[in-house]
Design a protein around this ligand. Structure first.
Ligand code: AMP
Ligand code: ZN
Length: 137
């Protein structure tokens, strides 16, 4: 638990939230600024900042809850699809540094277009594969 963390405060009940589920290790509540109705956040009860810090077993527990809830949320709000996402670092849009998985109900034509891919230049894709490969040699 971190004193300055808004999600730790929600888990402790110090800040109100619309809880939809909790178990021993995880807590799920509605995002107050939803992309679509039913947008839910799943957090571990123990504070870890992001994907770099969270232990494998805790990440597995987060994803276990995500998979449990996703079809229920989809059904409840009549969604046609679900995006699952974890933002890591400011540059990737992380605003709250207590790891959380977004469960985002999606609807055909809801206006939240998929990100636009950019093509690699000639040969660049193999260079990128190689420099990533160097990181775990
Ligand atoms: P991220 O940008 O991945 O860090 O996502 C943080 C999310 O937390 C945003 O979508 C916010 O709308 C949401 N959020 C921030 N404060 C609260 C809160 N008090 N209760 C519910 N959701 C929150
Ligand atoms: Zn926290």
């Amino acid at each position: 638990m971190e004193n300055s963390c808004i999600f730790c405060s929600i888990i402790k009940g110090e800040i109100p939230a619309q809880k939809i589920f909790e178990d021993e290790d995880t807590f799920a509540f509605l995002d107050v600024h939803p992309i679509n109705r039913g947008h839910t956040l799943v957090v571990p009860k123990i504070h870890y900042a992001n994907i770099y810090e969270v232990p494998d077993d805790v990440l597995a527990k987060i994803m276990h809850t995500v998979r449990f809830l996703a079809p229920k949320i989809k059904q409840a709000v009549g969604a046609e699809g679900i995006n699952i996402g974890i933002n890591n670092d400011k540059a990737a849009g992380q605003l709250v540094f207590h790891i959380h998985a977004h469960i985002i109900p999606r609807f055909e034509g809801d206006g939240h277009a998929h990100w636009h891919g950019n093509p690699y230049q000639d040969g660049e894709i193999t260079t990128i594969r190689d420099i990533i490969g160097q990181e775990f040699k």
